[in-house]
Design a protein around this ligand. Structure first.
Ligand SMILES: C[S@@+](CC[C@H](N)C(=O)[O-])C[C@H]1O[C@@H](n2cnc3c(N)ncnc32)[C@H](O)[C@@H]1O
Length: 224
């Protein structure tokens, strides 16, 4: 599990206990993902999940797109809220390239009874997003969570902005990149891409935006 940047373990534990309890499938997803070793850091934190659920409540979101599924925790977390709000009308389009990781995700979604909410597409996310735009789904989504390959964030920004309705929100994870974005000496492709998406949003008259220190940094963009 990723930890909110700079927070000591006891504060992370406090956050987990101060938020409402997770669904048993979320607990199992987190525990089993932890056994995968270092890759477990890719999973969002529990408090970040609670934050995503709160955003979906604020937006009364019914239709969501996720870019970057991994073992399914963030999709599961959002699907639970979508189903609670909209029952059988809730939809989550989930994009990932990994059969290995997303096959684990399906078992948690099944346990929580949200498998029918989630439409998983295993292919490069940009292809799925462009296919949905071509199919006439521009403006049809309430929320987008982007948590995949960082060098594609600018492309995901444009595609997800097209898919969102006015008033819809997109959230980009890892925009602080463990603090690397603040170090001018860091010029690797991921760090440069993450600085780039923050600059893009700041200068973009199509959105209002806020960059936060939740998790590893979450950039929020509201479509005007
Ligand atoms: C940080 S993990 C997602 C974590 C997930 N949101 C969670 O909370 O558990 C990033 C995921 O992006 C996927 N990914 C990487 N490149 C991709 C691409 N081009 N298209 C779609 N998914 C991609 C990886 O397979 C990986 O599962």
């Amino acid at each position: 599990m990723s930890r909110s940047l700079g927070l000591p373990p006891e504060v992370v534990a406090y956050l987990a206990s101060a938020n409402r309890a997770e669904h048993p499938a979320q607990v199992r997803c987190r525990a089993e993902t932890e056994t995968l070793g270092g890759v477990a850091r890719m999973q969002i934190s529990a408090e970040q999940g609670a934050f995503l659920q709160f955003l979906l409540r604020m937006l009364n979101a019914r239709r969501v797109v996720e870019v970057g599924v991994f073992t399914g925790y963030s999709a599961l977390t959002m699907a639970l809220t979508l189903r609670a709000q909209h029952g059988g009308d809730a939809r989550l389009l989930a994009c990932d390239v990994s059969e290995e990781w997303t096959s684990k995700a399906r078992s948690y979604w099944r346990e929580a009874g949200v498998e029918d909410v989630i439409d998983l597409k295993v292919r490069p996310a940009i292809e799925t997003l462009e296919a949905r735009i071509a199919a006439g789904e521009a403006g049809a989504y309430d929320f987008a969570f982007i948590d995949a390959d960082k060098t594609s964030y600018a492309a995901y920004y444009e595609a997800c902005l097209t898919l969102l309705r006015p008033g819809g929100v997109m959230a980009f994870d890892n925009v602080l990149w463990s603090g690397a974005v603040a170090d001018p000496a860091k010029t690797d492709a991921d760090t440069v891409a993450l600085r780039g998406v923050a600059e893009k949003a700041k200068a973009d008259a199509r959105v209002d935006c806020a960059i936060t220190g939740i998790g590893d940094g979450v950039l929020l963009c509201l479509k005007r």
